[in-house]
Design a protein around this ligand. Sequence first.
Ligand SMILES: [Mn+2]
Length: 326
Amino acid sequence: MGMNNYSELLLKAISVIENYDNICITSHVNPDGDSIGSVLALGLVIKKKFNKHITMLVPDKVPNNLTFLPGIDLIETDLIGQKVDLFIALDCGDENRLGVEKSLLESVSVVINIDHHITNTDFGHINIVNPKASSTGEIVYDLINHMNVELDKDIATCIYTAISSDTGSFKYDNTTSKTHMIASKLLDARIDTNIINTNLYQSRSIEKTNLLVASLNTLEFFNNKKIGLAMITKKMLEESNATSEETDFVVNFIRDIDIVEVACILKEIDNNTIKISFRSKKHVDVSQIAKSFNGGGHAKASGCTIYMNIEEGKQLVLEEIVKAFR
Ligand SMILES: [Mn+2]
């Protein structure tokens, strides 16, 4: 997508927003910092700049560490009794990831699809898909920039949270000079980065910490300790009371060991269903490993599901990881 075309699309989206009165903004199931931060940022801007009836919809539980976000009390969990003309989907690669009935998309006048996933299916009437953007938050920043709205502290806090979440606090390869330029504008809006950072990166619950400890007890190293592999069993999940489905922090913790290149976690869903997450640090493309089990993802973060018991799964997956080093 050329720059001119990108700007034109942003302006077109703005004129559509101006033309409709009942707007719903939503994102994907299992919400994260990018999805919720983007929904709130755009919702707050539309509330501030235009006199519209707007529903910010998150049909799932908001993770505890994101409840600090400005405007979080405006989030609604369903659309019962709401009229919608314009539907805006953020950070959502395809319709099936939206937590709403597909029939809703057909009943509205316009669907705007704003996303940064390269695999986006262009399911909207207007599709602003920019895979060069680190996050949907970055695209929402560009959109707001084209509206000539002054960034206030609340809106800036939501966008910074979105960008920081998807870039691993500006560490991942998707972080560009533009990402930092936007962050600088957000800092100029006097956001409190201490509040954002402690909520995003220093707020692991005791329950999750207990799960981490239990899982690390199963940690094994292979290939001269370049591979670190651990398990999360159903029993560990039950005993730790870690209610959240989100267990990425365990595989990230293993990746962060100095000599580990590939980290892998096998999470037992039931006796014959294992969810697997892969992380790499420098040269191994773990999306290829996930692909060999019909999964997918990025070069340095990927996942798949296999249907066998956890011990069999471990041997099979380990063989594939070792192959990836050749
Ligand atoms: Mn995202």
